[in-house]
Each structure stands twice: as C-alpha cells, then as structure tokens.
Design a binder for this molecule. Structure first.
Ligand code: FES
Ligand SMILES: [Fe+2]
Length: 356
C-alpha cells in the first residue's frame, strides 16, 4: 500500500536537532537529513548527494549548509547547491536536491513528504499539554518498532489490551465494567474509554497530590487519532463525585511514522500534573514508557508483522473483528480513503487496498 504523502509526519524529537546536529532518518522509504538553522528554522533535505549518491550526513555541517564529504558540493536547507568548488556556476545550478517543508511544534519536528504547495502547519493536530509548561511536566522519547505503522495505531485505539499486556501498570483496577464510545469528527477518530472503578493505592495518593484515602476512583483513557498515526491519549483519574479537573492527569502523545512498509518510528511524550519539576520522576516515567513499548506492545506488533510477512494491509488477512476494534477499523478506513484519493489524483494504481 502506498504511503500517504500529503500529510504531516513526525520526523524527530526537537531536542535531537540541538547543538548543530545533523539527523538522518528514513521516512516513508526516503532518507531525510534534518538540521536547525541559526535562526531556529528547521531544514529537511534528501540525504543523498546528486553527484555520487552518497549520504550528505557523511559530510559536515558548515553554518546553515551541509558540505558533502566526498567532493565538497555544499547545499543549503532549501536543497540548493551553494558551492561547487571545482565547477562552473551552471553546473552548480543543476545540482539542487529535494527539500521538504518542516516545522518545529509541540517539541517535535513535523515533515511534509508530499507536494510542498499543500503543506499548511495549521493542519498539524493540536497537543496543548506539550506547550502548557505551568500545568504539565513532560518527558519524551523514541522507540523503533519492526512493524507497520497502522498496527501501532490499532494497538493504541484498542486499550482493552491493557489488563493483559500491562498488568503491572494498572494493578487492582477493574476493566470488566469499562465503557467505550467511538466517535468520528471529520477525519479524526476518538476512542473514549471510561474506567469507573480505577484503582489507586491509598498510600500513593499523597504522591499524586490527592487527599483522602479512597482507592476506588473514576478513570478515563480517551484516545484521539489523526492520520497517518498521530495519537493523543488523555489519561486521568479523579475521586468519585468530583470533577476531572481536580484529579490526576497524564496526557500522552504517540506519534507513529513509517520508516518503511514494515518498520516504524515511534515518538512519544508523556505529561503529568503532579510532582512538577521532579527530575527523578520524569526519568522514571520515561524509562517506564520505553520499557512498556519495547518489551510489551512492541513485541506484539512485531509478532503480528512477522505473521503478515511483507503485507501492509492487516484487514486483508480477514482477522476476527471484536467490539473493541471499532476505532481501529474506522481509522484504517479513513487512511484507505485518503490513500486512494491521493493515488487517484496522481494517477497511481493502488493494488494493496481492500475494498470497503
Ligand atoms: S559525491 Fe557529493 S560531491 Fe561528489
Ligand atoms: Fe499498550
């Protein structure tokens, strides 16, 4: 199945570009080189010198340009060749490379792999918690998953796996009486999960900034999906009879970007409205998130991909669809529609898309 091109993908966590770093990463099968210019803008260009096709990331950064490590052609962030030491001006003009629109927002770098004329940063889904430093302390990280990006969206939109795959995280909670509602708003899918009897140890309540000693509380885990795999999961718990705003809130971002058809970049961020500025807690949460994705969810997704081989269309394999799959299937249908529309506009045949 072709990749959707006219959409914002997450290409990096913003701190990766600090200290004049050159970051090279394959996105939708294209090797992209990213760097931050002196004025703070982010540039993204194809990581491939047009002369001998070596990665520009093997060269060096000089100011706001990158010099190829082989024969010294130098490129700026627009992809223009700004210096060809041994050639005429006319040769230099021919040596430009592909550049991609890229912006920094919500502490990550967003990249547009399609037609630059269609790139509008206003279309980037909103992640308010990553900018609300007063209310939330956040950490972010990265995991590499050997599975198709849509399998990871399926995982996040169906939180009925929590009790089985992550028993230690939600110890004591009852999942037998959760309620789930799926809704679609335009091309956004919401999978709303209410856990009416979430368990929190009385001993841990002060640590979350909660008074009293009730162990049975209200909980929610609402997941919002946008194409291609941009998810916001709003997790919270609060005392029965009180308002969610008085409770504990741990909003998360799960930003899934295909590297290839069968491998994915998983950028994640987690916020909390308790123990602000406690670095030990921030490190502990980041380590837990990474461990959970890489030793629990990741291996499940990778096992699914192994079973599918090189296929990228899970629904084509005729899985049993359960009630909890409603949001995941809805998201997949939206992706299929977008991919088909884009392919039709570009007159590209789409062969690996199951008919709805
Ligand atoms: S390969 Fe880049 S300048 Fe020759
Ligand atoms: Fe999970």
């Amino acid at each position: 199945m072709p990749f959707l091109k006219n959409i914002w993908y997450v290409a990096a966590n913003a701190p990766e570009l600090d200290d004049e770093a050159l970051v090279s990463r394959k996105i939708c099968n294209e090797q992209v080189l990213m760097f931050r210019n002196a004025n703070g803008d982010v540039s993204a260009i194809l990581d491939r010198c047009p002369h001998r096709f070596v990665p520009l990331s093997m060269g060096k950064r000089i100011g706001d340009t990158v010099q190829c490590g082989y024969h010294g052609l130098k490129f700026d962030g627009t992809g223009a060749c700004v210096d060809a030491p041994h050639d005429e001006e006319s040769q230099r003009a021919r040596a430009c490379i592909k550049a991609y629109p890229a912006v920094e927002r919500y502490s990550v770098i967003w990249i547009w792999m399609g037609d630059p004329a269609l790139a509008n940063p206003d279309d980037i889904p909103v992640f308010e918690f990553l900018e609300d430093k007063e209310k939330y302390t956040c950490c972010q990280g990265y995991s590499y998953i050997k599975g198709n990006y849509q399998l990871i969206s399926d995982n996040l939109l169906d939180l009925s796996h929590i009790h089985y795959l992550h028993p230690d995280i939600h110890q004591g909670s009852s999942f037998s009486d959760f309620t789930n509602k799926v809704k679609r708003e335009g091309d956004t899918v919401w999978s709303m999960l209410w856990r009416h009897h979430y368990h929190v140890d009385a001993a841990k309540r002060p640590y979350f900034g909660m008074s009293g000693d009730a162990e049975d509380v209200e909980g929610q885990g609402h997941a919002r999906w946008d194409a291609p795999g941009v998810l916001f999961v709003d997790t919270a718990w609060w005392d029965h009879g009180t308002d969610i705003e008085e409770g504990v809130r741990t909003p998360n971002a799960h930003l899934i970007t295909p590297e290839t058809e069968t491998t994915s970049h998983y950028f994640w961020a987690s916020g909390r409205n308790y123990l602000h500025g406690n670095d030990d807690m921030t490190k502990m949460i980041a380590a837990t998130m990474k461990n959970v994705f890489e030793t629990q969810d990741g291996p499940m997704v990778e096992a699914q991909q192994r079973d599918m081989g090189l296929s990228t269309n899970f629904l084509e394999h005729n899985p049993i669809i359960l009630k909890a799959d409603a949001a995941g299937v809805m998201a997949r249908r939206i992706m299929m529609k977008k991919i088909r529309e884009e392919a039709a506009a570009n007159e590209i045949p789409v062969t690996d898309v199951t008919a709805e």
